[in-house]
Design a protein around this ligand. Structure first.
Ligand code: UFG
Length: 359
């Protein structure tokens, strides 16, 4: 018998992306047998990301090129390997873009998830970790927000795709006790692997704060636009719960272990519980980089809320998961990745003497 049929694998959809690639490193170091399925939307960028993951972990990554919206791709990968669980990252994620091309978002994120679940059912694979978002809470009534808070109304199509897939998984688990789903609600993922080998590949002008700050540090934009200084927060600027991408990655390993206990459908916040204002982020980044960061205070951004932080005590208790990296580390790691890879994966990796101590 083909050995790949006997061994039990975890399928990681979207494993060549930002959070996916960091999670693959953690899964490999925890000893999981995995297969990455990715449509390689960014071609060479995604290929290079996986190459670096292999370099970091010293292990080959089994890879299948395929798209979650293509049933024959899904059926092919499920017939090639014996999966026991799926970690489902594959999705598009730009809030602003989702308001312009909502059908692409519903197709990729909702239809893609639906087709994946149908093929999982066909092959009797009924364990899934789903990449969700704190955006499902819309504007929470209280912060820190816990998982008992109501979900929605959500203010943009991207967020609604996450909420719809959560609801689909809830219905599915209620219909059949063999299904188990961990819905991981990410707060604000930032940072990069401390090696500086993998990180977030910049695409166009970023909407999110941290990648925009990086862009200013690189001299590619003149200043940071601070959207609002009159919120009811510590210094008037918006407060968020930033979480290091490597902590997020270990959250997925913990969720995978949880699936073994047959929990049914459970949602977990993945955040630190620490709220940081835009100004605090700018100042910490200045310290990490030893550079001045110019900024301008502007009007509030439509749709933004004052504060959004996580009560992650359920994940602490039930998954035994605790984030360990603070904001300084987030900024330092992000800067190391940027210095080594000014154009992301698109270009030569630059190494200087001061990088030698990075592991
Ligand atoms: N901000 C600025 N200037 C910028 C960008 C952002 O001042 O150039 C401010 C925002 O007003 C907000 C904070 O920085 O106060 C964080 O904004 P981000 O755009 O980085 O992140 P959001 O909290 O708006 O949204 C992010 C993800 C969503 C996800 C959500 C979950 O982009 O996909 O976190 O909490 F749903």
């Amino acid at each position: 018998m083909d050995p790949s049929k006997r061994q039990k694998y975890v399928l990681v959809t979207g494993g060549a992306g930002y959070i996916g690639s960091h999670t693959v490193v953690e899964l490999l170091s925890a000893g999981y047998a995995i297969v990455v399925m990715d449509n390689m939307y960014l071609n060479d960028i995604n290929i290079e990301a996986l190459r670096r993951v292999e370099r970091l972990s010293g292990r080959p990554v089994q890879f299948f090129k395929g798209d979650v919206t293509c049933v024959s791709d899904l059926q092919r990968v499920f017939s090639l390997y014996n999966f026991w669980a799926v970690i489902h990252f594959a999705a598009i994620k730009a809030v602003g873009q989702s308001t312009r091309i909502p059908l692409d978002y519903y197709y990729n994120n909702v239809t893609g998830s639906l087709l994946l679940l149908r093929v999982m059912k066909e092959f009797n694979v009924k364990n899934i970790v789903f990449s969700s978002s704190a955006t499902v809470y819309g504007e929470p009534d209280k912060c820190p927000v816990d998982e008992t808070a109501r979900v929605g109304p959500v203010t943009n199509p991207y967020g609604r795709t996450k909420l719809f897939v959560e609801e689909m998984l809830r219905d599915l688990c209620a219909s059949d006790p063999d299904w188990n789903a961990c819905l991981l609600r990410y707060f604000n993922p930032v940072g990069a692997h401390p090696s500086g080998l993998i990180g977030e590949h910049p695409q166009g002008i970023p909407n999110n704060l941290m990648p925009y700050v990086i862009r200013v540090l690189q001299g590619r934009s003149p200043y940071v636009h601070i959207y609002g200084s009159d919120y009811d927060t510590v210094d008037g600027t918006g407060v968020r719960d930033y979480i290091h991408v490597c902590d997020l990655a270990t959250g997925h390993v913990a969720a995978l272990k949880k699936l073994d206990t047959k929990p049914g459908c459970v949602a977990y916040n993945l955040g630190t519980g620490v709220g940081l204002s835009v100004m605090e982020i700018v100042k910490t980044m200045e310290k990490a980089t030893q550079k001045k960061i110019p900024y301008k205070i502007e009007d509030r951004r439509p749709g933004d809320i004052a504060t959004c932080t996580a009560d992650a005590s359920l994940a602490n208790r039930e998954l035994g998961w605790y984030p360990t990296r603070g904001v300084e580390e987030m900024c330092e790691d992000m800067w190391r990745w940027t210095r080594k890879n000014p154009m992301g994966y698109d270009g030569e990796i630059l190494v200087s003497d001061e990088d030698d101590d990075s592991s």
